[in-house]
Design a binder for this molecule. Structure first.
Ligand code: SF4
Length: 191
């Protein structure tokens, strides 16, 4: 078997958003109830197997939002340091990154020092109001602020644009968000 990427579900599965289309919720009953509860042996063995079978890229994702379980992310990165993953990506809605300077200053540089390379950011729109509406939260932070905080920690940011009839429903809107994100320095874009 030749693997390229391995994905781990990290954290509690709780989320600070409440999307109507959430696909993560079905995984939550099997996730730890508290941050920092990591099955270290299972993670180590899984990463070892993946690495020995060729994986050099690691995705940290969750049935919810991994940034609200920061100790679990930190510990998982420490376990991954036993191997030589070239790319380690954290999937996030970036709400906490944009809303909390303290969080961003405490954790983004720490995670970068432990091997994290990329933030994979789910984004629906260039409008914070539209993002708030789809994430079903009171307010969504400034997109420029999110990009700047990620870059300040010397991490790359890939915008994962979610396409749906509720946000990017035609080519013009798609071009608009891609142009906007490129102008604000997003390193990669996927849709
Ligand atoms: S941000 Fe992701 S995990 Fe959270 S509610 Fe939305 S789809 Fe689900």
């Amino acid at each position: 078997m030749n693997l390229q990427n391995i994905a781990l579900f990290v954290g509690t599965g709780k989320c600070n958003a409440n999307c109507a289309h959430c696909a993560g919720s079905i995984h939550r009953e099997n996730m730890p109830k508290e941050d920092k509860v990591v099955d270290e042996n299972l993670f180590y063995r899984t990463l070892k197997y993946a690495y020995e079978n060729g994986a050099r890229s690691l995705s940290l994702t969750s049935g919810g939002e991994p940034t609200i379980a920061p100790n679990s992310v930190t510990r998982t990165l420490e376990i991954a340091q036993n191997f030589d993953f070239r790319k380690i990506k954290l999937y996030t809605n970036a709400i906490r990154i944009g809303k909390s300077l303290k969080f961003s200053k405490n954790y983004l540089p720490l995670w970068q020092s432990k091997g994290l390379t990329d933030i994979y950011w789910t984004v629906y729109s260039i409008s914070p109001e539209k993002n708030a509406q789809i994430f079903r939260i009171k307010s969504y932070p400034s997109l420029e602020l999110i990009i700047n905080r990620i870059h300040e920690a010397d991490l790359k940011v890939r915008a994962n644009i979610v396409l749906s009839k509720n946000n990017i429903c035609n080519l013009e809107k798609f071009k608009e968000i891609v142009t906007w994100l490129k102008n604000y320095g997003v390193d990669n874009i996927a849709a």
